[in-house]
Structure formats: C-alpha cells, structure tokens
Design a protein around this ligand. Structure first.
Ligand code: HAM
Length: 419
C-alpha cells in the first residue's frame, strides 16, 4: 500500500473545521491591521533562497527540497515565504504603488527536517511582512498581531521572547569578541559547533549539546555590544509592547535560524506542545530587499506554524466548535419517489439550505439514523398516505413536532426551516 510521504499529513474532513476556524481568525486580525494577502508560487528559483535565507543556515544547507526540473533549472520548494514575498515585491515594484506595503500570506512550506511532534516536512505557515518603514512601532505591531491571534484562539500558556541583533557592523565586531572568548574552549565544543564558529557563530547559543550549553553560559552577549541607534530602536519596541499590555521578556540568547535579520527578532513559544515549542518567529530584515536586487527598503515580518498552533489549542482545549449540522435530511419512505426527493433536495439546496438524502437504497430506519448522524435540524418525510394526499411532512428534530405541507409548498417549508 502506498502511504503519505514521511513528514507529510492528510487533513481529513473531520479536521477541516478547526483549520477553517484558525484561518478565519488569522484573516480577520490581519485585515483589522490593514494587511493585504499575497500569494506567490510554491516553488522558486533555488538561488532566491540561497541568497535570501543564507548559505550557512540549516535550511539552505540541509533542509531544502531542491531538484533539477526537466529543462535543467534548479528549483526549490519554498521552505518559508519571506524570500518569495520580497522577490514578488521587487519584481512588481510594489514600492512604487505605495510607500508602505503590509502583506500577509498563508500556505504550505517544505523542509526536510527530522519529523517529530509539531515538526513536519510539509507544514503550513501564516505570516506577515511589512516593507517600507523602519518604524519600531511596526516591529511591535508584528508581535501584537501574532499574540492577538493566539489569544483569540484561547491560548494561554505563551511566552513572548524578544531580542535585537543590531546592524552588521556592531554584530561583526561582537562576533570577533565571541570568537576570542571561545578560543580557550574550542577543543571542548561539539563538532557541529566547531564548524559554526566560522560559518554562523551566533547559532552556538542554539546548541542542544550539554557541553556547548555550559560553555555558552558565560559567553558575552550581543545585546551588550549594540550601537546606540540599535539600542534606541529596541527601547522603542519594548515601550510599544508595554503600552499594548503584551507580556514579554528580553532573551539575549535568542538567535534565529535565518540569516537576514537586523535589529528586532522575536519568538512566541508555547508551554503546551513539547520540544517544538516555537509557535511563531520573526524579525526585522532591513538589508534583504537590497540583497535580493531591489531598492534599499527596510522590512519586518513573522511567520507562525499552523500545525503547532492547532496542537497547542488541542492540548489546552482552548476552543470548541459547534457540531456541523445539516438543515434538512430527506427521508424517502416509499419506493418510486426517489426522483421526487432528489429534485426537492436540489430545490432547497439552490435556495441556500444544507441538504442531503439517501443514495444507498437504505431502509426508512437507516435513513432516520443517517439524519441523526448528520445532526439534521429537520427531516422531510416523503411517501405514504400523506404523499397520496399531495402532502409531505416536515419534522423538527429538536422538538419532534411535525407539520404537513403541500408537496410543492417550497416557500412555506423554507421559511419554517429558516426561522
Ligand atoms: P521560522 O522560525 O523558520 O521563520 O518559522 C516560523 C514558524 O514556522 C516556526 O516558529 C514554527 O512554528 C513553524 N515551523 C518551522 N518549521 C516547521 C516544521 N518543520 N514543521 C512545523 N512547523 C514549522 C520563518 O519561516 C521566517 N520566514 C519568519 C519571518 C517572516 N521572518 C521575517 N518574516
């Protein structure tokens, strides 16, 4: 039997309502902040991600689904959306249409990571990107939107962590200081961390190795080496968060897995989902647009993992949805009236009701069971003496009350059901 590929999942009909609910909250929060949806292709030229996310990152180094297509082009399934959104922004000169572009998106992303709870190879993100302003209020806006979405879903066990990575000049200076500090411990570092000392030294703060962690415990922190402008920017972000009553903590060890960040970075983690606890992550990327061949325009954004969010919601039982209901189920109690039932159902469907009927030649009892299983609010009984008199019987399933109608009195039946 052929099964779904490792790390991918089916979303079955019974799971769709909670996905739709999540999606509706995301859309309503983003639109209240005046973000507009953008959709970009699921695959892009490989070089976009290599340049955008950074050659030395795990994503580009070992997680991308990259292949040569039949004409020999190197194609990559998008591992995230920021690079694609920025590419589209540049390609369509969106900055010429308005000075600040506030964009949002939702869709599947692909990373060949080791699958575990909350980590998949095809997963879904929603996210936002604001291109065109360096205002620290926008940094705070991203965090507020993410937090508001989680709060609306009823999530409680949340921690907002923020940090600043400053600008490249102060960061390069700091990297040298960190490297010097680590020299006496170099031999004790894990082999992975040894490699990263030259390629991506900040990621040493992310190491899961006990020994690396001990060594990094006393390492100097980038926050202590930020330039004055970066510190001021960070201060304004914190003030805006305080004013918006979002609880947060500064985590000077928060480093993100993507290379494009400058200034503010953040993550919101949940205490309800185990080790893959980051529900979202993001930050400012003031150099990325230029890096990808566009004008010198700053940006900020975040993305959130939808599977993880729904897992957190499930574990916290943070919301319950109403059962799905049919308005009407047609029960045909007499052979030969199937076509009448079918056309009657069609008529009600075309008038906006959610309607179903039997296609399996079932007994009346089994049809009534089906009406119950589908939580039908009303049943229409078709056949018997009533039908011979030109009538059909509408039964209200919550009260049990029955009412007879002429068999073509659609409007009367409709208003009874819609009441
Ligand atoms: P990221 O931290 O790589 O950032 O991913 C954001 C979120 O996507 C994570 O916090 C997590 O919830 C979810 N996620 C990532 N990988 C997986 C996976 N394998 N399985 C399930 N969920 C996953 C970005 O993608 C940046 N583009 C965020 C950003 C936007 N920065 C600026 N703008």
């Amino acid at each position: 039997m052929i099964k779904a590929v490792t790390g991918t999942r089916d979303t079955l009909p019974s799971d769709i309502p909670k996905w739709n609910y999540l999606q509706s909250i995301v859309e309503s929060v983003f639109s209240r902040f005046n973000y507009k949806e953008i959709r970009t292709p699921i695959f892009e030229d490989t070089s976009l991600f290599a340049r955008g996310i950074g050659e030395a990152t795990d994503i580009v180094g070992k997680e991308m689904y990259t292949f040569l297509d039949r004409s020999g082009e190197s194609i990559t399934l998008r591992p995230e959306m920021t690079a694609g959104a920025v590419r589209a922004f540049i390609e369509h000169s969106l900055d010429k249409k308005q000075n600040l572009n506030k964009l949002y998106y939702m869709g599947p992303m692909f990373r060949q990571e080791r699958p575990q709870a909350g980590r998949f190879r095809q997963f879904h993100q929603f996210g936002a990107e604001a291109l065109g302003s360096n205002d620290p209020l926008l940094d705070a806006e991203m965090i507020i939107m993410a937090y508001d979405i989680f709060a609306q879903l009823g999530l409680k066990n949340l921690l907002v962590k923020i940090n600043s990575l400053g600008v490249p000049a102060s960061r390069e200076n700091y990297k040298n200081i960190l490297k010097k500090h680590l020299e006496p411990f170099f031999e004790k570092l894990s082999s992975e961390s040894k490699k990263r000392v030259d390629t991506n030294i900040l990621r040493l703060f992310d190491s899961k190795e006990e020994n690396d962690r001990n060594i990094m415990e006393n390492a100097p922190l980038l926050l202590e080496y930020l330039d004055e402008d970066s510190l001021q920017h960070f201060e304004k972000v914190k003030q805006a968060l305080l004013a918006s009553r979002i609880p947060f903590e500064v985590d000077a060890r928060l480093v993100r897995g993507l290379d494009y960040y400058t200034h503010t970075t953040f993550e919101i983690v949940s205490g309800s989902v185990g080790s893959q606890s980051a529900l979202c992550g993001g930050g400012r990327y003031n150099l990325l647009v230029k890096e990808l061949g566009g004008p010198d325009i700053p940006g900020i954004g975040f993305a959130a993992g939808m599977e993880r969010i729904l897992l957190a919601c499930e574990n916290e039982k943070s919301f319950t949805l109403d059962e799905e209901k049919l308005d009407l189920y047609l029960v045909t109690i007499e052979k030969g009236l199937e076509n009448f039932s079918y056309n009657t159902a069609l008529n009600f469907r075309r008038n906006g009701l959610t309607v179903d009927l039997d296609y399996l030649n079932r007994s009346v009892k089994a049809q009534m069971r089906e009406a119950n299983r589908t939580n039908s609010r009303f049943v229409l009984l078709i056949g018997g003496d009533e039908f011979a008199r030109g009538e059909i019987v509408l039964k209200n399933m919550s009260t049990g009350a029955q009412k007879n109608f002429g068999k073509d009195e659609y409007d009367k039946i409709l208003s009874e059901i819609k009441e």
